[in-house]
Design a protein around this ligand. Structure first.
Ligand code: 6PG
Length: 484
């Protein structure tokens, strides 16, 4: 290939290769690099190969690019990203751009963009969702970093992204680590939704004793309703898959210990730092951790009995309530995570447009679901809405299903089936809708044992009581009792 390439791709593993093929299919020549010669060969061996040129060195790759050069990294998050940047920077110059397309931690992205920026090289942190298939056929793309650098690669991203109603599922999100932050929260939502669906499966399997065929049919039917989304679609398909080794359903020979790379945990951790409640995601992260100790679970099961009762009531009611509870909990999960994005946007000065994020998530990504259309509309109507539960339509959807959510939590507890994400979602909804909470007692207790002061309902300021001597209402000056 004599013509210069529009973009470089570093890392030709399955994600990098598929993205390279997707880019090449859209008419943009790609220069590829991987340390593994086999991966280099695979990248050119597939369709679109005539527009992918591979190089055995990064120097070869950078020389093949049009100026200003754009190099997309699809390497594992963490030290490999720093290693590649270290080798690339001496080969690039002012105006060139490094794009990290992996699931990098947003604070790493901030540090890397400062380091690259100091040499005049722009740095884009770009969340890419959709897995291997999405990378090949149309992912959802969440770019952040310098706007000018984004403009250079915008035509490529818009061409390769998934499209919904002809709108590409990509759009500039904000400066610095905005793109990777949004991708992290996307994954937090992914954790929440996966856990909710897993709990519904548990209730249907252990509570109603549905067979794999019945499970497949149930999820397929639910996917035709307001719950419709990619995760329900693949859930239905999973129950029909047979294992090559045993001929059994594959799902029944998969170990019940969930793994993780940690993006859900980062979301929970950051939400705690920002004091934004994210109980459904927290519960999902904890549930994965709990699942990993199967040995301990087997031992505790010998001590604590009485689990796994079969549901003896109305089966149709069970199914309807579970479906409604899943929808309410899904909205509650999005409400929590959008509230996190709203706060993060202010604290980190991202200037996020939440409606634009909902738009980008409607196609290509793992959490794409029908409710995102309503969420997008909600932010269109009021870009500053503090919580989606305040939106008339979404709030009403949850309100109508509040009883079902409570019923599912009750029934799960009664059957001895753990449903932490449903319960956390229920408590989030009830907590948000509580005009009064028992936090006055916590204020009093903190003041009792630690003289931390408290606020009153009738007067401004902070107060302290000598609780043991009964001396009341000494006003304390100046102390900021709201930790920030
Ligand atoms: C996506 C996925 C993708 C990956 C997660 C899995 O959007 O395409 O989120 O990024 O599947 O990293 O994360 P865990 O290993 O933490 O479950």
């Amino acid at each position: 290939m004599n013509e210069k390439c529009s973009i470089g791709m570093v890392g030709l593993g399955v994600m990098g290769r598929n993205l390279a093929l997707n880019i090449a299919d859209h008419g943009f020549p790609v220069a590829g690099f991987d340390t593994d010669p086999l991966k280099r060969a695979e990248a050119t061996g597939n369709s679109g190969g005539e527009r992918i040129c591979v190089f055995p060195s990064l120097a070869g790759l950078t020389e093949a690019l049009t100026v200003p050069r754009s190099v997309l990294l699809m390497v594992p998050a963490g030290p490999p990203v720093d290693a590649v940047i270290g080798q690339l920077l001496p080969l690039l110059g002012p105006g060139d751009c490094i794009i990290d397309g992996g699931n990098s931690f947003y604070k790493d992205t901030d540090l890397r963009s400062q380091a690259a920026g100091a040499t005049g090289v722009a740095y884009l942190g770009v969340g890419i969702s959709g897995g291997e298939r999405g990378a090949r056929t149309g992912p959802s793309i969440m770019p952040g970093g310098p706007l000018q650098a984004y403009e250079t690669v915008r035509p490529i991203f818009e061409a390769i992204a998934a499209a919904v109603n002809r709108e590409p599922c990509v759009g500039y999100l904000g400066p610095g680590s905005a793109g990777h932050y949004v991708k992290m929260v996307h994954n937090g939502i992914e954790y929440g939704l996966l856990q909710l669906i897993a709990e519904s499966y548990d209730l249907l399997k252990r509570g109603l004793h549905l067979s794999d065929d019945e499970l497949a049919a149930t999820y397929a039917a639910w996917n035709e309703t307001e719950l419709s989304g990619y995760l329900l679609e693949i859930t239905a398909a999973i129950f029909t898959e047979r294992d090559d080794l045993t001929g059994e359903r594959l799902i029944d020979v998969i170990l019940d210990e969930a793994r993780q790379k940690g993006t859900g945990k980062w979301t929970s951790q950051d939400a705690m730092d920002l004091q934004v409640p994210l109980p459904t995601v927290d519960a999902a992260v904890a549930a994965r951790h709990l699942s990993m100790n199967k040995g301990d679970r087997l031992r505790v099961a010998q001590v604590i009995h009485g689990q796994e009762r079969r549901f003896a009531g109305d089966r149709d009611l069970f199914l309807v309530n579970l479906r409604n509870a899943l929808h309410a909990a899904t909205i509650a999960t999005f409400a929590q995570c959008m509230a996190l994005l709203r706060t993060a946007s202010k604290v980190y000065a991202y200037g996020l447009r939440l409606g634009e994020i909902a738009r980008i998530w409607r196609g290509g990504c793992i959490i794409r679901t029908q409710v995102l259309e309503q969420i997008r509309e909600a932010f269109k109507a009021d870009p500053d809405i503090p919580n989606l539960l305040l939106h008339e339509e979404l709030g009403a959807e949850v309100s109508r299903r509040r009883q079902a959510l409570g019923w599912v939590a009750d029934t799960a507890a009664d059957l001895g089936i753990p449903a932490p994400a449903f319960m956390a979602s229920l408590c989030y909804v009830d907590g948000c809708a509580s005009p009064w909470l028992p936090a006055n007692l916590i204020q009093a207790q903190r003041d009792y044992f630690g003289a931390h002061t408290y606020e009153r309902t009738d007067t401004r300021g902070s107060f302290h009581t000598e609780w043991e001597s009964g001396t009341n209402n000494h006003q304390e000056g100046g102390e900021n009792v709201r930790p920030r």
